[in-house]
Design a protein around this ligand. Structure first.
Ligand code: ADP
Ligand code: MG
Ligand code: ZN
Length: 475
């Protein structure tokens, strides 16, 4: 039996206004090579200056993951030759990163949490883009020098579920922190997956393979599954030593396999050395204060929802899984809607409808305040659940006033005792034989009386009231 070992490196594109070492704006949509200057074009004599906003955002992640934020960190040059890097090196942080150590807690399927250790998070500059078009190759350097935060985990994950849970947690965290838009399709959250296997009980790690640049959670899971199988088979066939080499592989989406891209470079291949143009990045008290200004993070939010709002753990986890959902929920509560009713109407009723209609929480045609108002009407007994569902269906396509809808759709719920009793008495009168049977012990008939009363009220009677009053009358 084998154990899988996984460590992840995530490149997060920081959402700063300007590049990491120059004042060029961050924007790739502009005309090719228009967002460039002598520094990001690496012209001789141009000097880099560290972007303070990028440093603060990196520090903010550091505090959020309980890491050590270094008050002085260093930049190194990593040499490689490729047309998209005009300097022929990448500026990164090898020896002393801005954030070292740290931890992230992931939710496992059995309801428990697991701690994943963090190795470091370091700042580095992105490369430009090579574009191959009709027999020509061009280089666009608009992206060159964009700030990346590379977040490296310890090899603490043991299966693909844990790897995906970790990625989702990190993704959600950087979005809560507002340090990156973390759009996976657009490449602002890219992931390298390191996978190895070892016989259960063996202390020493196996040979790891690094799968580069995967841009969806599902592909991460698929690539891990494939690699584990490939490595396990090699082991069982007795060719592990020759077959499984430390190398970089690519996930081929179409074929569903990983393919060797190149042998793993040794650190020496990159000829790392301290960048002589950049002094240590020294942080100030003001930067620390700014970095520590952060919103309530998912773990704390979940705790608060459970303890203060009395929401179930599973629901709290769903709500806090993205900041958009959590903030939507909190906006609903500003209308006075009860937390427990709101959870159900958001997680089940609204999300279900959004999903069906091809929307998500950010494009929802029903605003948080609107849904909160609707929920308040259920809370105070003005309408019942069935009526609220009908109204929500309407709100999905038309933004209408809820009170007018209650009127025009005839959904006002009758909670008035007198009116309901009148109906109940008529029903009991018309079904005297059944009343006798009920009183004689046939409890099941209670449902019949509830059904008849609701029907006679055309669904407008408050079901809770109907239950209470029927119990009284039949006693
Ligand atoms: P490099 O910078 O060359 O990619 P690192 O030592 O920084 O190498 O490790 C990169 C990633 O690989 C880290 O996330 C680490 O947790 C993971 N890792 C290291 N050893 C293993 C292993 N044997 N199996 C799986 N992952 C590993
Ligand atoms: Mg690496
Ligand atoms: Zn520039």
């Amino acid at each position: 039996m084998f154990e899988t070992v996984i460590g992840l490196e995530v490149h997060v594109q920081l959402n700063t206004k300007t590049k990491l070492f120059c004042s060029c704006p961050i924007s790739f949509a502009e005309h090719q090579n228009s967002n460039t200057c002598p520094t990001c074009l690496a012209l001789p004599g141009a000097l880099p200056v560290v972007n303070k906003e990028a440093a603060i955002k990196a520090m903010r992640l550091g505090y959020a993951i309980n890491g050590n934020v270094n008050h002085s960190s260093n930049f190194d040059r990593k040499s490689y030759f490729y047309p998209d890097s005009p300097s022929a090196y990448q500026i990164t942080q090898l020896t002393k990163a801005i954030v070292q150590k740290g931890e992230v807690f992931i939710d496992l399927k059995d309801g428990t949490q697991k701690r994943i250790g963090m190795t470091q998070a370091h700042l580095e500059a992105d490369a430009g883009k090579n574009i191959h078009e009709g027999g020509h190759s061009k280089v666009d350097l608009n992206r060159a020098g964009t700030p990346l935060l590379e977040i490296v985990s310890d090899p603490d994950m043991r299966n693909s579920d844990e790897a995906v849970a970790y990625l989702k947690k990190l993704h959600s965290t950087v979005r809560y922190l507002d340090i990156s838009d973390a759009n996976m399709q657009e490449g602002s959250f890219r992931c390298d997956v390191n996978v190895s296997i070892r016989p259960k009980g063996q202390e020493e790690f196996g040979t790891r393979v690094e799968i580069k640049n995967i841009n969806s959670f599902r592909f991460v899971a698929d690539a891990i599954a494939y690699e584990v199988q490939r490595q396990t088979e090699a082991y069982e066939d007795g060719i592990y030593k020759t077959e499984i080499r430390q190398e970089t592989r690519l996930w081929n989406v179409d074929e569903g396999v990983t393919k060797s891209m190149r042998g793993k470079e040794e650190a020496a291949d990159y000829r790392y050395f301290p960048d002589p143009d950049l002094r240590p990045l020294v942080v100030t008290e003001e930067m620390i204060a700014q970095a520590k200004k952060m919103p309530e993070l998912p773990d704390a939010k979940i705790e608060r929802y459970i303890n203060e709002l009395k929401i179930k753990k599973v629901d709290a986890r769903v709500l806090c899984s993205t900041k958009e959902l959590a903030y939507f929920f909190e906006d609903m509560l500003t209308t006075g809607a009860k937390a427990k009713t709101s959870v159900n109407w958001l997680n089940t009723e609204l999300l279900g409808r959004l999903n069906k209609a091809g929307f998500n929480i950010t494009t929802s045609p029903v605003t948080a305040v609107k849904l909160g108002e609707l929920v308040s009407k259920i809370d105070d007994g003005s309408i019942n659940g069935k009526g609220a569902k009908d109204i929500l269906d309407v709100l999905m396509t038309e933004d209408k006033d809820i009170d007018s809808l209650i009127d025009s759709m005839g959904l006002a719920q009758v909670s008035d005792d007198g009116a309901i009793l009148e109906i109940i008495d008529a029903i009991l009168e018309a079904n005297q034989a059944k009343v006798e049977q009920y009183r004689g012990g046939k409890d099941k008939l209670f449902g019949f009386f509830v059904g008849q009363t609701m029907k006679a009220s055309k669904g407008s009677a408050n079901p809770q009231k109907v239950n209470e009053l029927l119990k009284e009358r039949l006693a």
